[in-house]
Design a protein around this ligand. Structure first.
Ligand SMILES: Nc1ncnc2c1ncn2[C@@H]1O[C@H](COP(=O)(O)OP(=O)(O)O)[C@@H](O)[C@H]1O
Ligand SMILES: [Mg+2]
Length: 262
C-alpha cells in the first residue's frame, strides 16, 4: 500500500478530495520527540479514523489539526490554507469550521444540558435568545435527546453525556468534527449507540469526521479510511478492507491483539 498516494500534489492547493493535509509534522516535549514526521491526508465528507495504542501521539496530532498546538516543524493545510502559519486571530475563523468532541465529554457540570449545548452559540454567534433556544432543541432532538434540556450532566448516563457533547459540537454547523476517543469508558451497547450517531451525523450533515480511537471493532464498524499512528509516525493508511489485509507488522499485531477477526 502506498502511504501517501498524493505526496507529490501541492498540498497548498485546494483539494476536493482531501480537506486536511498534514506534511512532515514534528513535535517534541522537553527533548522527547512525540511526532516524528506525520504525513496524512483526511478525506472530505468521510469518516477518517486514526488508531493507535496509548501514548503514541494521537491526541497531540489532533490538537495540531485543530490549531490548538503549534508544531516544531511541518505543515497542516485546511482547504489549502497552512494553519501552522496563522496568527491566533486568523485561527479563530478557521476554528469556526471545527466541532470538537473531547475525551470524557468535558461538559460544564454547573450548567444544565440546555446551557451546555447553547454555549458555543452564546459565545460565537449573534443569534437572539429565542433563535438559540430553537437551535438547541432542534440539535438535542437530532442526537436523540429531546427532553433533557433542564437536566444537569451528573444526572445523565455516560452515553447520554457523550451525545450532549456531540450536540454541543454540531450546533455551530461545523465542516469538520473531531472526536478524541468518543467511546472510551462506555459499555458495548452505549459504544454502538455513539458509533451509530457518528455515522449518521457524518452522512446527514455531510461533514468531514476525524476520530481518534484504540477500538478496532468500532473502527471497522464506521470508518471510511483508517490511519495507524505508531510511535509518532503514520505506519499504515487505507480503506477498512485494505487495512484488514495490511502486511505492516505493527498494524497486524494491533489487529490481532484487538481480537478483531482478520
Ligand atoms: N502538553 C504536553 N506536554 C508534555 N508532554 C506531552 C504533552 N502532551 C502529550 N505529551 C506526551 O506526548 C506523548 C503522546 O501523548 P498523546 O498524544 O496524548 O498520546 P495518545 O496517543 O494516547 O493520545 C505522551 O508521552 C505524552 O506524555
Ligand atoms: Mg489520547
Amino acid at each position: 500500500m502506498v502511504l501517501s498516494r498524493d505526496r507529490f500534489d501541492d498540498p497548498s492547493e485546494y483539494s476536493e478530495k482531501y480537506q486536511i493535509r498534514v506534511r512532515d509534522l514534528k513535535k517534541s516535549f522537553r527533548g522527547q520527540m512525540v511526532l516524528k514526521g506525520i504525513n496524512l491526508d483526511l478525506e472530505r465528507g468521510k469518516i477518517n479514523i486514526i488508531i493507535g495504542g496509548s501514548g503514541h501521539g494521537k491526541s497531540v496530532t489532533m490538537k495540531h489539526l485543530m490549531g490548538l498546538m503549534k508544531p516544531d516543524e511541518g505543515h497542516i493545510f485546511v482547504d489549502g490554507v497552512d494553519i501552522t502559519a496563522l496568527s491566533e486571530y486568523e485561527l479563530n475563523s478557521i476554528r469556526m469550521k471545527f466541532g470538537m468532541v473531547f475525551q470524557y465529554a468535558a461538559l460544564f457540570d454547573s450548567m444544565t444540558v440546555f446551557e451546555n449545548v447553547a454555549f458555543p452559540l452564546v459565545e460565537h454567534s449573534s443569534l437572539s435568545k429565542s433563535e438559540i433556544a430553537d437551535k438547541v432543541y432542534e440539535t438535542l432532538k437530532a442526537v436523540g435527546l429531546p427532553d433533557i434540556g433542564h437536566k444537569y450532566p451528573n444526572e445523565l448516563s455516560g452515553g447520554m453525556r457523550k451525545r450532549v457533547g456531540l450536540a454541543r459540537a454540531i450546533i455551530i454547523n461545523p465542516e469538520v468534527i473531531f472526536y478524541d476517543e468518543p467511546t472510551t469508558g462506555l459499555d458495548p451497547v452505549a459504544t454502538k449507540h455513539v458509533d451509530d450517531m457518528i455515522a449518521s451525523i457524518n452522512s446527514e450533515l455531510g461533514v468531514t469526521s476525524v476520530v481518534i480511537s484504540h477500538d478496532m471493532a468500532s473502527t471497522f464498524r464506521i470508518a471510511h479510511r483508517i490511519a495507524m499512528l505508531y510511535q509518532g509516525r503514520i505506519i499504515e493508511v487505507g480503506t477498512p478492507e485494505e487495512f484488514r489485509n495490511t502486511t505492516v507488522p505493527e498494524a497486524r499485531e494491533f489487529l490481532e491483539v484487538s481480537g478483531v477477526s482478520v
